[in-house]
Ligand binder design. Structure first.
Ligand SMILES: [Zn+2]
Length: 266
């Protein structure tokens, strides 16, 4: 998608978010559905209980090494060493974390004359080995299959469509997948909770990241499709964090805090 078209689409999102009351009502109903005691979901990845939580915020270190500006192999090795030293193969990256690892022009604002970079993480990351199985947590349909090839973009990705208890649609996004693992999946295909949908990819195919799943809840997709952002401008974070709220309900077996806002709250 071109820069200008993308900007137009983003303006449309803002306009609807500010003025479309039926959209706000749907968001609130879907949040009630996801937060209700009767909501249940299957595990997305079989994470062990020793999984650690990474701090990937501005100025963060892993084992005393600053993560900003690391080459992909150095970053991958650090992540892996940190998990293994805690005797786990899994680690979380937090929702709503403000990060400075999104360094290239792909994260520039589309607003003319703005120097702002997108830096607020809208999903939850699950770091693990490449090839790890990923399962759909809910019944639904494959809405989008794409390969977003920009450096540090999603790489191979899926967006699944689900219904709330009022038959209104919401979505879950799976980024940094292995291309081969989604070769036989088709848009429109139905999936049932617990069904394997993909495998975690490896760099450089996965957008050139250490192997991990980027999982994101999306309450309204608008016309953004596979360009729905996984990282937002800080100046627009209120809207984007409302459209992609903390998906903690999909990680109910997890005792760690994967919510960066709660961690940083006074
Ligand atoms: Zn992510």
């Amino acid at each position: 998608m071109s820069f200008t078209n993308n900007h137009k689409n983003l303006m449309h999102v803002k306009e609807r978010f500010e003025n479309d009351h039926s959209l706000l009502k749907k968001i609130s109903m879907t949040m009630n559905f996801l937060g209700s005691s009767s909501f249940s979901s299957s595990p997305i990845i079989n994470i062990d209980q020793r999984a650690i939580v990474f701090d990937l915020s501005k100025g963060a270190n892993i084992h005393n090494v600053p993560i900003k500006g690391l080459k992909i192999d150095e970053f991958s090795r650090l992540v892996e060493d940190a998990m293994y030293s805690e005797n786990t193969g899994y680690g979380f990256g937090r929702w709503a974390e403000v990060r400075e690892i999104y360094a290239n022009e792909f994260f520039n604002s589309t607003v003319e004359g703005s120097n702002e970079k997108r830096d607020v993480h809208l999903g939850v990351d699950v770091f693990c080995q490449s090839g790890e199985d990923i399962f759909t947590p809910l019944d639904g349909r494959i809405h989008i299959k794409s390969n977003n090839k920009n450096e540090l973009d999603y790489g191979p990705m899926l967006i699944l469509e689900h219904s709330n208890d009022n038959d209104e649609l919401f979505y879950t996004l799976y980024g940094h997948l292995s291309l081969a693992s989604i070769a036989n999946i088709e848009e429109g295909q139905s999936v049932v909770a617990g069904q394997k949908i993909a495998e975690v990819g490896a760099p450089p195919e996965n957008g050139n990241w250490p192997p991990h799943l980027h999982f994101q809840l999306i309450l309204e997709l608008f016309s953004l499709g596979s360009d729905f952002p996984g990282v937002a401008l800080s100046s627009e974070q209120e809207m984007w964090l409302a459209l992609s709220p903390c998906p903690i309900m999909f990680f109910s077996d997890t005792y760690q805090s994967i919510n960066s806002i709660h961690v940083n709250a006074p």
